[in-house]
Ligand binder design. Structure first.
Ligand SMILES: Cc1cc2nc3c(=O)[nH]c(=O)nc-3n(C[C@H](O)[C@H](O)[C@H](O)COP(=O)(O)OP(=O)(O)OC[C@H]3O[C@@H](n4cnc5c(N)ncnc54)[C@H](O)[C@@H]3O)c2cc1C
Length: 303
């Protein structure tokens, strides 16, 4: 029987693990891919405090991981498949076994949302991408399209100008959700062309991307932009399917918590991008990871 199991080793789970190590809790951390989480889809982070020049996400997450290991904990490369209540405790099922715990921190994060248009699934990996860092170098001197109006879309559009010949930024509104500092940088970049008030209707191409079909939301006129790549950044969906049957979530599947990160079941806490909230960033994912473990620690003391 363990004190605590942390599910996910992104910024929230790694911070939770750091605090659990310092509280000397008997803790397991499960990660289904590689420690670091979604931020590794972006090459640099510019809004993490303490790094005025920005910092490489690989370097930052490596340091997070190192700090967890220095606190005495190891990350297990296993996917959590389900959680089953067992009296006051919980059984956590992975592909390698069943582990019993007194408390749980869910830090399973989120993944990019799809546009849901014709051609998207067929051409994913053949020009359609959700990760500028991973696929940007494949589009040297090509024309590409970036879809979205938040920080991630603008950051990646800027990053992709380092490779592409031109970047069309398609956004359904005329205003941006992204930070103004990023929007200004994009407006000043000669490689970026804005296609605002427009949505992508479909992605054309037989074996690889050849063009996107775009519709202006006001005039309803459609047009085609010839391109070889389409990078989609239109939001996230939570990785909560494995816990959905036992925890309260919002309509999109994000876990509902109180301010101390308690989820709807005694002994379960949640933090980071899998939680229903207004800001999805590294800095608050970390803060919530610390709060979740502090709450778990208090809960364990009462048990
Ligand atoms: C392209 C891009 C750019 C971004 N830019 C910024 C930025 O500039 N600044 C900023 O602050 N934020 C940025 N973000 C957002 C930031 O990455 C997230 O807010 C942050 O990573 C959330 O951390 P998290 O730990 O909650 O979740 P995640 O980072 O999603 O980590 C969750 C981890 O849980 C693992 N996991 C999921 N399910 C299971 C399971 N069943 N079993 C085991 N493990 C599981 C996943 O593999 C993952 O490693 C960006 C995101 C993207 C995609």
């Amino acid at each position: 029987m363990h004190d605590l199991i942390i599910i996910g080793a992104g910024p929230a789970g790694l911070t939770a693990a750091l605090y659990a190590g310092r509280f000397k809790l008997d803790t397991l951390i499960f990660e289904k891919m590689s420690a670091g989480g979604q931020i590794l889809l972006s090459p640099t982070i510019e809004n993490y405090p303490g790094f005025p020049e920005g910092v490489s996400t690989f370097d930052l997450m490596d340091k997070f991981k190192q700090q967890v290991e220095d606190s005495g904990l190891n990350i297990k490369d296993q996917e959590v498949l389900g959680v089953v209540p067992d009296g006051k405790f919980y059984q956590v099922k992975t592909q390698e076994g069943v582990f019993k715990t007194k408390a749980l921190v869910i830090a399973s994060g989120a993944q990019p949302k799809k546009l849901g248009v014709e051609g998207e699934d067929k051409l994913t990996g053949r020009g359609v991408s959700y990760c500028g860092t991973c696929d940007g170098p494949l589009f040297k001197d090509k024309d590409i399209v970036v879809v979205g109006g938040g920080d991630r879309a603008i950051e990646d559009a800027l990053f992709l100008t380092g490779y592409a010949k031109s970047v069309y930024l398609i956004h359904r509104r005329n205003e941006f959700r992204a930070a103004q500092i990023l929007v200004t940088k994009a407006q000043e970049n000669p490689k970026i062309r804005f296609v605002l008030g427009s949505v992508v209707e479909g992605i054309n191409g037989e074996n690889k991307v050849e063009a996107v079909r775009v519709k202006n939301v006001k005039t309803l006129q459609s047009s085609e932009i010839k391109c070889q790549g389409v990078f989609i950044f239109v939001g996230i969906i939570p990785n909560t399917a494995f816990i959905k049957n036992i925890l309260e979530t919002d309509e999109f599947g994000f876990i509902i918590t109180d301010q101390a990160m308690h989820a709807s079941k005694e002994g379960i806490f949640a933090c980071g991008d899998c939680v229903s909230k207004s800001l999805y960033q590294v800095v608050n994912a970390c803060g919530e990871g610390a709060v979740a473990v502090d709450s778990a620690h208090k809960y364990l003391l009462k048990l």
